[in-house]
Design a protein around this ligand. Structure first.
Ligand code: DGL
Length: 257
């Protein structure tokens, strides 16, 4: 039985790539909800509905577990999905905890979508770590669109990042948390805006590890060959085009390691 992944688009491939490396003996179904992208600019009610539809689709394809490879959908819908579906569901959250642990309460910048930043889940996470005074939040919604166009570094990308950081002092931060799976694709260009040594931290490895542990716990690990099947909603991009983009992105992530 395969493992289901979903995201609004191609961001979740950053988590899939980690899972593939860790568990090449699994099969995967990747659901890209392109019809409803960007999630980060929708209402929580809309996102909850998109997430439900995604999990229903993955369940109907026989998935033994589902990974919400999207911080925005996790922040809005993970509780509701766990209540509604009996299959194991793993979410992803901005990796604020490791950032606080690794930087010892020095300043941290969390980049995420507008919804993740507005929702109470992230605020609760920061409060539980007693880190309200050391964490700043910044919405970077355009990076999602740049990523979907495979535009990871261009004058427009750099100008956008520069304008969003205008009111911040990058030298004040010792860690940058990438709280949206799409943002991983911009690791290197983002790094250029922060003087060394800024740690760039994301939750994809932790999420893949949690998935592995959960499958082992349930005694359902393995049985596949690393096959990835894609499901794309809407007509744009065409499924063949999305599969091509996804393949290029996975290769790029592999090279980035
Ligand atoms: N990749 C998603 C996340 O991790 C959301 C991107 C979007 O706005 O659609 O938050």
């Amino acid at each position: 039985m395969p493992i289901g992944f979903f995201d609004s688009g191609l961001g979740g491939l950053t988590v899939l790539e980690k899972a593939l490396r860790m568990m090449p003996d699994e099969d995967y179904v990747y659901y890209a909800d392109e019809a409803n992208l960007p999630y980060g600019e929708k209402t929580p009610e809309q996102i909850a509905q998109f997430a439900r539809t995604a999990v229903e689709c993955l369940r109907s394809r026989g998935c033994k577990a589902v990974v919400i490879a999207c911080n925005t959908a996790t922040s809005v819908a993970v509780e509701d999905l766990r209540r509604s579906f009996s299959l194991p569901i793993v979410g992803i959250e901005p990796a604020v905890k490791p950032a606080v642990e690794q930087t010892g309460h020095r300043r941290i910048l969390v980049m995420a979508t507008p919804v993740t930043i507005r929702e109470s889940r992230l605020k609760g996470l920061i409060a539980a770590l007693d880190a309200e005074d050391s964490v700043d939040l910044l919405a970077m919604p355009e990076l999602v669109r740049f990523c979907e166009r495979e535009e990871y570094d261009s004058p427009a990308v750099r100008e956008y990042i520069r304008s969003r950081l205008q009111d911040k002092d990058p030298s004040a931060y010792s860690a940058l948390v990438l709280g949206c799976t799409h943002f991983n694709h911009f690791r290197s260009v983002l790094g250029d805006f922060f003087p060394e040594p800024v740690r760039i931290i994301d939750g994809s490895l932790g999420t893949a590890r949690r998935l592995q542990a959960l499958l082992e716990e349930r005694g359902v690990r393995g049985g596949g060959t690393g096959r990835v099947e894609y499901v794309v909603t809407g007509g744009e991009p065409a499924p063949e085009e999305l599969v091509g983009r996804a393949g290029r992105l996975l290769d790029r992530l592999k090279r980035m390691e």
